[in-house]
Design a protein around this ligand. Structure first.
Ligand SMILES: C[S@@+](CC[C@H](N)C(=O)[O-])C[C@H]1O[C@@H](n2cnc3c(N)ncnc32)[C@H](O)[C@@H]1O
Length: 456
Protein backbone atom coordinates (compact mmCIF):
# COMPACT_ATOMS: atom_id res chain seq x y z
CA UNK A 1 0.00 0.00 0.00
CA UNK A 2 1.29 3.45 -0.86
CA UNK A 3 2.24 5.59 2.14
CA UNK A 4 0.27 8.82 2.56
CA UNK A 5 2.17 12.07 2.96
CA UNK A 6 1.58 13.26 6.55
CA UNK A 7 1.75 17.01 5.74
CA UNK A 8 0.32 19.31 3.06
CA UNK A 9 1.61 22.43 1.38
CA UNK A 10 1.12 25.57 3.56
CA UNK A 11 0.72 23.56 6.80
CA UNK A 12 2.31 25.39 9.72
CA UNK A 13 3.78 22.83 12.13
CA UNK A 14 6.24 22.49 15.02
CA UNK A 15 9.18 20.17 14.36
CA UNK A 16 12.55 19.19 15.79
CA UNK A 17 15.63 18.95 13.55
CA UNK A 18 17.86 15.92 13.77
CA UNK A 19 20.41 16.29 10.97
CA UNK A 20 21.85 18.51 8.21
CA UNK A 21 21.80 17.59 4.51
CA UNK A 22 24.97 17.97 2.41
CA UNK A 23 23.60 21.28 1.13
CA UNK A 24 23.22 22.60 4.69
CA UNK A 25 19.44 22.31 5.18
CA UNK A 26 18.08 21.02 8.48
CA UNK A 27 16.19 17.69 8.38
CA UNK A 28 13.06 17.17 10.50
CA UNK A 29 10.88 14.05 10.29
CA UNK A 30 7.10 13.95 10.57
CA UNK A 31 5.98 10.30 10.95
CA UNK A 32 9.21 9.31 9.21
CA UNK A 33 8.63 11.76 6.32
CA UNK A 34 11.71 14.06 5.97
CA UNK A 35 11.25 17.80 5.52
CA UNK A 36 14.23 19.96 4.52
CA UNK A 37 14.44 23.52 5.87
CA UNK A 38 17.30 25.99 5.28
CA UNK A 39 18.99 27.93 8.13
CA UNK A 40 18.17 25.53 10.96
CA UNK A 41 20.52 23.25 12.86
CA UNK A 42 20.36 19.77 14.37
CA UNK A 43 18.85 19.83 17.88
CA UNK A 44 16.78 22.96 17.16
CA UNK A 45 13.00 23.13 17.52
CA UNK A 46 11.05 25.44 15.24
CA UNK A 47 7.74 26.35 13.71
CA UNK A 48 7.91 25.86 9.94
CA UNK A 49 5.63 26.31 6.95
CA UNK A 50 5.57 23.42 4.46
CA UNK A 51 6.37 24.89 1.04
CA UNK A 52 6.42 21.77 -1.16
CA UNK A 53 5.67 18.08 -0.83
CA UNK A 54 7.15 15.36 -3.01
CA UNK A 55 6.46 11.63 -2.72
CA UNK A 56 9.36 10.80 -0.40
CA UNK A 57 10.30 14.17 1.11
CA UNK A 58 9.20 17.78 1.46
CA UNK A 59 10.53 21.31 1.90
CA UNK A 60 9.74 24.00 4.40
CA UNK A 61 10.50 27.56 5.47
CA UNK A 62 11.53 28.63 8.95
CA UNK A 63 8.78 30.68 10.64
CA UNK A 64 9.94 30.83 14.25
CA UNK A 65 12.88 29.29 16.04
CA UNK A 66 11.67 27.87 19.37
CA UNK A 67 14.83 26.22 20.74
CA UNK A 68 18.30 27.13 19.53
CA UNK A 69 21.40 24.99 19.13
CA UNK A 70 24.51 25.96 21.12
CA UNK A 71 26.30 25.92 17.74
CA UNK A 72 24.10 28.74 16.39
CA UNK A 73 25.74 32.05 15.56
CA UNK A 74 23.32 34.94 15.94
CA UNK A 75 22.75 36.83 12.70
CA UNK A 76 21.16 40.26 12.57
CA UNK A 77 18.34 40.60 10.04
CA UNK A 78 19.81 43.87 8.74
CA UNK A 79 23.05 42.00 7.87
CA UNK A 80 21.29 39.51 5.56
CA UNK A 81 22.77 41.17 2.46
CA UNK A 82 26.29 40.10 3.55
CA UNK A 83 25.56 36.38 3.43
CA UNK A 84 25.07 35.62 -0.27
CA UNK A 85 26.48 32.18 -1.00
CA UNK A 86 27.25 31.56 2.71
CA UNK A 87 24.76 28.78 3.45
CA UNK A 88 26.35 27.92 6.82
CA UNK A 89 26.99 31.37 8.27
CA UNK A 90 24.56 30.65 11.13
CA UNK A 91 26.64 27.66 12.28
CA UNK A 92 29.78 28.17 14.43
CA UNK A 93 33.02 27.62 12.49
CA UNK A 94 33.82 24.62 14.68
CA UNK A 95 30.37 23.24 13.83
CA UNK A 96 31.02 23.82 10.10
CA UNK A 97 34.29 21.89 10.26
CA UNK A 98 32.60 19.00 12.09
CA UNK A 99 29.79 18.99 9.50
CA UNK A 100 32.26 18.84 6.58
CA UNK A 101 34.42 16.15 8.12
CA UNK A 102 31.31 14.08 8.89
CA UNK A 103 30.14 14.54 5.27
CA UNK A 104 33.46 13.21 3.96
CA UNK A 105 33.41 10.23 6.36
CA UNK A 106 29.79 9.47 5.53
CA UNK A 107 30.16 9.50 1.70
CA UNK A 108 33.39 7.50 1.83
CA UNK A 109 31.53 4.77 3.74
CA UNK A 110 28.20 4.95 1.87
CA UNK A 111 29.25 5.71 -1.74
CA UNK A 112 32.94 4.80 -1.74
CA UNK A 113 32.51 1.71 0.47
CA UNK A 114 36.12 2.31 1.49
CA UNK A 115 37.82 0.17 4.09
CA UNK A 116 41.21 0.75 5.74
CA UNK A 117 41.39 4.38 4.73
CA UNK A 118 42.69 6.98 7.15
CA UNK A 119 40.54 10.11 7.06
CA UNK A 120 42.45 12.90 8.79
CA UNK A 121 40.73 15.70 10.72
CA UNK A 122 39.80 18.56 8.39
CA UNK A 123 42.25 21.48 8.17
CA UNK A 124 40.33 24.70 8.78
CA UNK A 125 41.31 28.37 8.65
CA UNK A 126 42.37 30.56 11.54
CA UNK A 127 40.40 33.48 10.09
CA UNK A 128 37.56 31.96 8.08
CA UNK A 129 36.15 35.24 6.69
CA UNK A 130 36.98 37.46 3.69
CA UNK A 131 39.04 34.78 1.95
CA UNK A 132 37.52 34.82 -1.57
CA UNK A 133 39.79 36.46 -4.13
CA UNK A 134 37.09 36.63 -6.80
CA UNK A 135 33.46 37.69 -7.23
CA UNK A 136 31.24 37.49 -10.31
CA UNK A 137 28.09 39.42 -9.53
CA UNK A 138 24.93 39.47 -11.65
CA UNK A 139 23.68 42.91 -12.75
CA UNK A 140 20.03 43.97 -12.98
CA UNK A 141 17.74 46.95 -12.60
CA UNK A 142 15.59 48.18 -9.71
CA UNK A 143 13.69 51.48 -9.53
CA UNK A 144 15.64 52.81 -12.52
CA UNK A 145 19.00 52.01 -10.91
CA UNK A 146 21.65 49.48 -11.89
CA UNK A 147 21.96 46.93 -9.09
CA UNK A 148 24.40 44.05 -8.58
CA UNK A 149 24.92 41.48 -5.85
CA UNK A 150 23.80 37.88 -5.53
CA UNK A 151 20.76 35.86 -6.50
CA UNK A 152 18.33 35.26 -3.64
CA UNK A 153 18.42 31.48 -2.99
CA UNK A 154 16.33 29.47 -5.49
CA UNK A 155 15.41 32.60 -7.48
CA UNK A 156 16.79 35.03 -10.02
CA UNK A 157 15.98 38.10 -7.90
CA UNK A 158 19.15 40.09 -7.31
CA UNK A 159 19.98 41.23 -3.78
CA UNK A 160 21.81 44.53 -4.32
CA UNK A 161 25.01 44.39 -2.27
CA UNK A 162 28.77 44.57 -2.44
CA UNK A 163 29.32 43.55 1.18
CA UNK A 164 30.12 39.89 1.59
CA UNK A 165 31.54 38.14 4.64
CA UNK A 166 33.49 35.73 2.45
CA UNK A 167 34.89 38.07 -0.21
CA UNK A 168 38.21 39.82 0.33
CA UNK A 169 37.69 43.54 1.19
CA UNK A 170 39.56 44.47 -2.02
CA UNK A 171 36.96 42.50 -4.01
CA UNK A 172 34.03 44.07 -2.12
CA UNK A 173 35.51 47.52 -2.72
CA UNK A 174 36.06 46.83 -6.43
CA UNK A 175 32.48 45.66 -6.99
CA UNK A 176 31.13 48.71 -5.13
CA UNK A 177 33.27 51.13 -7.17
CA UNK A 178 32.40 49.59 -10.56
CA UNK A 179 28.71 49.54 -9.68
CA UNK A 180 28.78 53.22 -8.68
CA UNK A 181 30.67 54.16 -11.85
CA UNK A 182 28.20 52.26 -14.05
CA UNK A 183 25.31 54.06 -12.38
CA UNK A 184 26.96 57.45 -12.77
CA UNK A 185 27.69 56.82 -16.45
CA UNK A 186 24.22 55.42 -17.11
CA UNK A 187 25.39 51.98 -18.27
CA UNK A 188 22.28 49.99 -19.13
CA UNK A 189 21.81 46.88 -16.95
CA UNK A 190 20.97 43.51 -18.48
CA UNK A 191 17.36 42.35 -18.40
CA UNK A 192 17.49 38.57 -18.02
CA UNK A 193 13.79 38.01 -18.73
CA UNK A 194 13.84 39.75 -22.12
CA UNK A 195 17.52 39.11 -22.87
CA UNK A 196 18.06 42.81 -23.48
CA UNK A 197 20.31 45.54 -22.12
CA UNK A 198 24.08 45.77 -21.82
CA UNK A 199 25.91 44.79 -18.61
CA UNK A 200 25.28 41.21 -17.43
CA UNK A 201 27.97 40.63 -14.80
CA UNK A 202 30.86 42.39 -13.11
CA UNK A 203 33.82 40.21 -12.23
CA UNK A 204 36.63 41.26 -9.87
CA UNK A 205 39.67 39.07 -9.19
CA UNK A 206 42.32 40.06 -6.69
CA UNK A 207 45.81 38.60 -6.45
CA UNK A 208 46.48 38.57 -2.71
CA UNK A 209 50.28 38.33 -2.85
CA UNK A 210 50.85 41.11 -5.39
CA UNK A 211 47.77 43.26 -4.72
CA UNK A 212 46.92 43.28 -8.46
CA UNK A 213 43.28 43.60 -9.44
CA UNK A 214 41.44 42.57 -12.62
CA UNK A 215 38.00 43.88 -13.57
CA UNK A 216 35.93 42.11 -16.22
CA UNK A 217 32.78 43.71 -17.64
CA UNK A 218 30.57 41.02 -19.17
CA UNK A 219 28.04 42.30 -21.69
CA UNK A 220 25.27 40.78 -23.81
CA UNK A 221 26.43 42.31 -27.09
CA UNK A 222 29.78 43.38 -28.48
CA UNK A 223 28.99 47.08 -28.00
CA UNK A 224 30.02 48.61 -24.68
CA UNK A 225 28.92 52.27 -24.56
CA UNK A 226 31.01 54.65 -22.42
CA UNK A 227 34.05 52.37 -22.79
CA UNK A 228 36.64 55.13 -22.41
CA UNK A 229 34.85 56.81 -19.52
CA UNK A 230 34.51 53.48 -17.75
CA UNK A 231 38.26 52.87 -18.05
CA UNK A 232 39.07 56.39 -16.90
CA UNK A 233 36.86 56.17 -13.81
CA UNK A 234 37.83 52.61 -12.85
CA UNK A 235 41.57 53.35 -13.04
CA UNK A 236 41.06 56.59 -11.08
CA UNK A 237 39.07 54.98 -8.25
CA UNK A 238 40.82 51.60 -8.02
CA UNK A 239 44.56 52.27 -8.00
CA UNK A 240 45.39 48.52 -7.73
CA UNK A 241 43.70 47.71 -11.01
CA UNK A 242 46.15 46.25 -13.53
CA UNK A 243 43.75 44.89 -16.11
CA UNK A 244 40.30 45.89 -17.38
CA UNK A 245 38.72 43.39 -19.71
CA UNK A 246 35.53 43.28 -21.77
CA UNK A 247 33.92 39.87 -22.21
CA UNK A 248 30.91 39.23 -24.44
CA UNK A 249 28.34 36.60 -23.60
CA UNK A 250 25.44 36.80 -26.04
CA UNK A 251 23.86 33.46 -25.08
CA UNK A 252 20.77 32.93 -22.93
CA UNK A 253 22.58 30.86 -20.34
CA UNK A 254 23.58 30.62 -16.70
CA UNK A 255 27.23 30.37 -17.76
CA UNK A 256 28.74 33.71 -16.80
CA UNK A 257 31.56 34.33 -19.29
CA UNK A 258 31.38 34.16 -23.06
CA UNK A 259 34.23 33.16 -25.33
CA UNK A 260 35.12 36.63 -26.69
CA UNK A 261 37.45 38.67 -24.52
CA UNK A 262 39.14 42.01 -25.25
CA UNK A 263 41.53 43.93 -23.05
CA UNK A 264 40.20 47.48 -22.59
CA UNK A 265 43.11 48.74 -20.53
CA UNK A 266 46.33 47.43 -18.96
CA UNK A 267 47.59 43.84 -19.01
CA UNK A 268 45.84 40.77 -20.37
CA UNK A 269 46.58 38.99 -17.05
CA UNK A 270 47.21 39.71 -13.39
CA UNK A 271 50.07 38.05 -11.53
CA UNK A 272 50.01 36.26 -8.20
CA UNK A 273 52.35 33.99 -6.23
CA UNK A 274 51.72 30.63 -4.63
CA UNK A 275 54.81 30.05 -2.48
CA UNK A 276 57.65 31.38 -4.60
CA UNK A 277 56.13 30.44 -7.97
CA UNK A 278 54.68 33.33 -9.96
CA UNK A 279 51.46 32.85 -11.93
CA UNK A 280 49.89 34.81 -14.76
CA UNK A 281 46.09 34.48 -14.58
CA UNK A 282 43.87 35.44 -17.50
CA UNK A 283 40.13 36.12 -17.20
CA UNK A 284 38.84 32.79 -18.53
CA UNK A 285 41.23 30.65 -16.48
CA UNK A 286 40.38 28.82 -13.28
CA UNK A 287 42.34 29.98 -10.23
CA UNK A 288 41.75 28.67 -6.68
CA UNK A 289 39.62 31.21 -4.77
CA UNK A 290 41.16 30.79 -1.31
CA UNK A 291 44.87 31.66 -1.52
CA UNK A 292 45.79 30.74 2.09
CA UNK A 293 44.20 27.29 1.96
CA UNK A 294 45.52 26.67 -1.57
CA UNK A 295 49.02 26.51 -0.10
CA UNK A 296 47.82 23.95 2.47
CA UNK A 297 46.04 21.91 -0.20
CA UNK A 298 48.92 21.88 -2.67
CA UNK A 299 51.51 21.01 -0.03
CA UNK A 300 49.36 17.99 0.96
CA UNK A 301 49.06 16.99 -2.72
CA UNK A 302 52.83 17.27 -3.04
CA UNK A 303 53.41 15.28 0.14
CA UNK A 304 51.04 12.53 -1.09
CA UNK A 305 52.85 12.45 -4.48
CA UNK A 306 56.08 11.64 -2.54
CA UNK A 307 58.39 12.65 -5.42
CA UNK A 308 62.11 11.90 -5.47
CA UNK A 309 63.10 13.73 -8.67
CA UNK A 310 63.01 10.60 -10.87
CA UNK A 311 59.31 10.49 -11.69
CA UNK A 312 57.23 11.28 -14.74
CA UNK A 313 54.03 12.93 -13.51
CA UNK A 314 50.73 13.66 -15.26
CA UNK A 315 48.64 16.56 -13.94
CA UNK A 316 45.08 16.15 -15.28
CA UNK A 317 42.74 19.19 -15.22
CA UNK A 318 45.80 21.38 -14.66
CA UNK A 319 44.30 24.88 -15.12
CA UNK A 320 47.09 27.45 -15.35
CA UNK A 321 49.63 24.88 -14.19
CA UNK A 322 49.61 25.70 -10.48
CA UNK A 323 49.96 22.08 -9.30
CA UNK A 324 52.08 21.07 -12.34
CA UNK A 325 54.73 23.69 -11.60
CA UNK A 326 54.91 22.79 -7.90
CA UNK A 327 55.32 19.12 -8.89
CA UNK A 328 57.89 19.95 -11.62
CA UNK A 329 60.31 21.28 -9.01
CA UNK A 330 60.45 17.78 -7.47
CA UNK A 331 59.96 15.51 -10.52
CA UNK A 332 61.85 14.52 -13.68
CA UNK A 333 59.09 15.50 -16.08
CA UNK A 334 55.50 16.75 -15.83
CA UNK A 335 52.74 16.62 -18.45
CA UNK A 336 49.69 18.81 -17.85
CA UNK A 337 46.34 18.71 -19.64
CA UNK A 338 43.43 21.14 -19.47
CA UNK A 339 40.40 21.87 -21.66
CA UNK A 340 40.44 25.71 -21.60
CA UNK A 341 42.94 26.99 -24.23
CA UNK A 342 43.49 30.32 -22.40
CA UNK A 343 44.45 28.41 -19.21
CA UNK A 344 47.01 26.35 -21.16
CA UNK A 345 48.42 29.57 -22.67
CA UNK A 346 48.79 30.85 -19.07
CA UNK A 347 50.37 27.54 -17.97
CA UNK A 348 53.00 27.72 -20.74
CA UNK A 349 53.70 31.35 -19.89
CA UNK A 350 53.99 30.41 -16.20
CA UNK A 351 56.55 27.70 -16.95
CA UNK A 352 58.58 30.30 -18.91
CA UNK A 353 58.47 33.10 -16.33
CA UNK A 354 59.54 30.70 -13.59
CA UNK A 355 62.19 29.10 -15.84
CA UNK A 356 60.75 25.64 -15.24
CA UNK A 357 61.72 23.56 -18.27
CA UNK A 358 60.68 20.00 -17.43
CA UNK A 359 56.97 20.52 -18.05
CA UNK A 360 54.75 20.35 -21.14
CA UNK A 361 51.11 21.35 -21.47
CA UNK A 362 48.43 20.23 -23.89
CA UNK A 363 44.90 21.56 -24.52
CA UNK A 364 42.07 19.02 -24.60
CA UNK A 365 39.70 16.82 -22.68
CA UNK A 366 41.74 15.03 -20.02
CA UNK A 367 40.15 11.67 -20.85
CA UNK A 368 41.03 11.91 -24.58
CA UNK A 369 44.50 13.42 -24.26
CA UNK A 370 45.70 11.01 -21.54
CA UNK A 371 44.35 8.05 -23.51
CA UNK A 372 46.35 9.29 -26.56
CA UNK A 373 49.47 9.75 -24.45
CA UNK A 374 49.04 6.18 -23.16
CA UNK A 375 48.58 4.77 -26.68
CA UNK A 376 51.72 6.66 -27.75
CA UNK A 377 53.68 4.81 -25.06
CA UNK A 378 53.74 7.52 -22.38
CA UNK A 379 53.59 6.24 -18.80
CA UNK A 380 53.31 8.13 -15.51
CA UNK A 381 54.76 7.13 -12.15
CA UNK A 382 52.41 9.53 -10.40
CA UNK A 383 49.13 10.88 -11.75
CA UNK A 384 47.35 13.84 -10.20
CA UNK A 385 43.72 14.66 -10.98
CA UNK A 386 41.89 17.83 -9.89
CA UNK A 387 38.58 17.72 -11.79
CA UNK A 388 35.56 20.06 -11.56
CA UNK A 389 32.66 19.17 -9.25
CA UNK A 390 31.29 16.46 -11.54
CA UNK A 391 34.45 14.41 -10.97
CA UNK A 392 36.50 12.41 -13.49
CA UNK A 393 35.12 10.89 -16.67
CA UNK A 394 34.88 7.11 -16.29
CA UNK A 395 36.99 6.68 -19.45
CA UNK A 396 39.82 8.60 -17.76
CA UNK A 397 39.60 6.40 -14.66
CA UNK A 398 39.76 3.32 -16.94
CA UNK A 399 42.88 4.68 -18.69
CA UNK A 400 44.49 5.26 -15.27
CA UNK A 401 43.65 1.69 -14.27
CA UNK A 402 45.27 0.41 -17.50
CA UNK A 403 48.30 2.72 -17.28
CA UNK A 404 48.93 1.73 -13.66
CA UNK A 405 50.83 4.74 -12.26
CA UNK A 406 52.23 3.70 -8.88
CA UNK A 407 50.44 6.54 -7.18
CA UNK A 408 47.33 8.60 -7.88
CA UNK A 409 46.70 11.85 -6.03
CA UNK A 410 43.07 12.92 -6.30
CA UNK A 411 42.22 16.55 -5.44
CA UNK A 412 38.46 17.07 -5.25
CA UNK A 413 35.95 19.82 -4.49
CA UNK A 414 33.00 17.41 -4.25
CA UNK A 415 33.14 14.54 -1.74
CA UNK A 416 30.25 12.65 -3.39
CA UNK A 417 31.82 12.39 -6.87
CA UNK A 418 35.19 11.77 -5.22
CA UNK A 419 33.76 8.79 -3.34
CA UNK A 420 32.17 7.46 -6.57
CA UNK A 421 35.50 7.73 -8.44
CA UNK A 422 37.50 6.21 -5.58
CA UNK A 423 35.23 3.15 -5.72
CA UNK A 424 36.03 2.75 -9.44
CA UNK A 425 39.76 3.10 -8.80
CA UNK A 426 39.59 0.64 -5.87
CA UNK A 427 37.77 -1.89 -8.07
CA UNK A 428 40.50 -1.35 -10.66
CA UNK A 429 43.35 -2.27 -8.32
CA UNK A 430 44.08 0.91 -6.32
CA UNK A 431 43.87 1.40 -2.60
CA UNK A 432 42.88 4.76 -1.07
CA UNK A 433 45.31 5.12 1.81
CA UNK A 434 44.77 8.61 3.21
CA UNK A 435 42.21 11.38 2.80
CA UNK A 436 42.89 14.94 3.92
CA UNK A 437 39.84 17.22 3.94
CA UNK A 438 40.76 20.92 3.65
CA UNK A 439 38.30 23.75 4.25
CA UNK A 440 38.76 25.88 1.14
CA UNK A 441 35.24 27.37 1.38
CA UNK A 442 34.35 28.47 4.96
CA UNK A 443 30.73 29.53 5.57
CA UNK A 444 29.59 27.44 2.59
CA UNK A 445 28.66 23.76 2.40
CA UNK A 446 31.48 23.01 -0.05
CA UNK A 447 34.38 20.82 0.98
CA UNK A 448 37.73 20.05 -0.63
CA UNK A 449 39.73 16.88 -0.03
CA UNK A 450 42.96 15.35 -1.29
CA UNK A 451 43.48 11.60 -1.45
CA UNK A 452 46.51 9.38 -1.82
CA UNK A 453 45.99 6.12 -3.70
CA UNK A 454 48.57 3.41 -4.33
CA UNK A 455 48.51 0.29 -6.47
CA UNK A 456 47.44 -2.57 -4.21
C1 LIG B 1 39.13 22.36 -10.03
S1 LIG B 1 39.93 23.10 -11.39
C2 LIG B 1 41.60 22.69 -11.05
C3 LIG B 1 42.65 23.48 -11.78
C4 LIG B 1 44.06 23.43 -11.20
N1 LIG B 1 44.46 22.09 -10.87
C5 LIG B 1 44.17 24.34 -10.00
O1 LIG B 1 44.33 23.87 -8.87
O2 LIG B 1 44.12 25.56 -10.20
C6 LIG B 1 39.45 22.05 -12.69
C7 LIG B 1 39.99 22.41 -14.05
O3 LIG B 1 39.57 21.42 -14.96
C8 LIG B 1 39.28 22.03 -16.22
N2 LIG B 1 38.44 21.06 -16.94
C9 LIG B 1 37.09 20.89 -16.87
N3 LIG B 1 36.72 19.84 -17.61
C10 LIG B 1 37.83 19.32 -18.16
C11 LIG B 1 38.09 18.21 -19.01
N4 LIG B 1 37.11 17.42 -19.44
N5 LIG B 1 39.37 17.97 -19.38
C12 LIG B 1 40.38 18.77 -18.95
N6 LIG B 1 40.19 19.83 -18.14
C13 LIG B 1 38.94 20.10 -17.74
C14 LIG B 1 38.67 23.35 -15.84
O4 LIG B 1 38.78 24.25 -16.89
C15 LIG B 1 39.53 23.75 -14.62
O5 LIG B 1 40.65 24.49 -15.02
Amino acid sequence: MEKTIPVSKNDVIDVEFEDLTHDGSGVAKVEGYPIFVPYVLPGEKAQIKVTKTNKGYGFGRLMELKEKSIDRVEVKKEDAHKYGGSQLHHLSYEGQLKFKEKTVREVMARIGKLKDVTIHPIIGMEQPLHYRNKAQVPVGEKDGKLIAGFFRPRSHDIVDTNESIIQHPAVNEAIQAVKEICNELGVEPYNEKHHQGVLRHIMARYAKQTGELMIVLITRAARLPQKNNLVEEITARLPHVKSIVHNVNSKRTNVIMGEKTKVLWGNDVIYDYIGDVKFAISPLSFYQINPDQTKVLYSKALEFAGLTGEETVIDAYCGIGTISLSLAQKAKHVLGVEVVPEAIADARRNALINEINNVEFEVGEAANVISEWYQDGNRADVLVVDPPRKGCEETLLNTIIEMKPKKVVYVSCNPATLARDLRILEDGGYHAVEIQPVDMFPMTTHCEAVVKLVLS
